[in-house]
Design a binder for this molecule. Structure first.
Ligand code: CMP
Length: 136
């Protein structure tokens, strides 16, 4: 069934000029872009977005990275889009992500891994509410 998910094209991707490459992959897959916005993440929204990670040792450098430059936030929709996008992104660590995935093809880092996507229907609902409250 049709779903929506939140995707963040992270500051490393913007810095490296990979925004078009990444959006192009989603478009070619047949997913729809329901909303898209360039913005610089503030500390409060970072803490809310990454609520499950705020106490982890990797969080301070993650927060500095994510708030350190503009990113592109997208709402994507399509059939089973949450799982489809997770598969297209690949596993967290770009050094281990499978070839053919965005991270596997374009990232060599566990932190600067180019994209974030909601990992479940519950997290999609929560994250869409944080980033695009106007979509309802
Ligand atoms: P993301 O999918 O946005 O979810 C949490 C983020 O934390 C993850 O992508 C990485 O950017 C980062 N991350 C997760 N695990 C680690 C780790 N062990 N070391 C550094 N960064 C991490």
């Amino acid at each position: 069934a049709d779903e929506r998910t939140l995707v963040l094209i992270k500051p490393d991707a913007v810095r490296r000029g990979l925004v078009g490459e990444i959006i192009s992959r989603f478009e070619r897959k047949g997913l729809r872009i329901d909303a898209m916005q360039t913005r610089t993440l503030g500390g409060d929204l970072a803490d809310q977005h990454y609520a499950e990670h705020v106490d982890k040792p990797f969080y301070p450098p993650l927060k500095a990275f994510m708030t350190g430059g503009p990113l592109v936030a997208l709402v994507l929709s399509g059939d089973q889009v949450i799982d489809v996008v997770r598969a297209m992104i690949g596993s967290t660590d770009g050094r281990k992500a499978a070839a053919g995935t965005i991270r596997g093809d374009l990232s060599l880092s566990n932190r600067e891994n180019l994209v974030h996507a909601s990992d479940s229907p519950d997290s999609a609902k929560r994250e869409l509410g944080l980033w695009f409250p106007e979509l309802g």
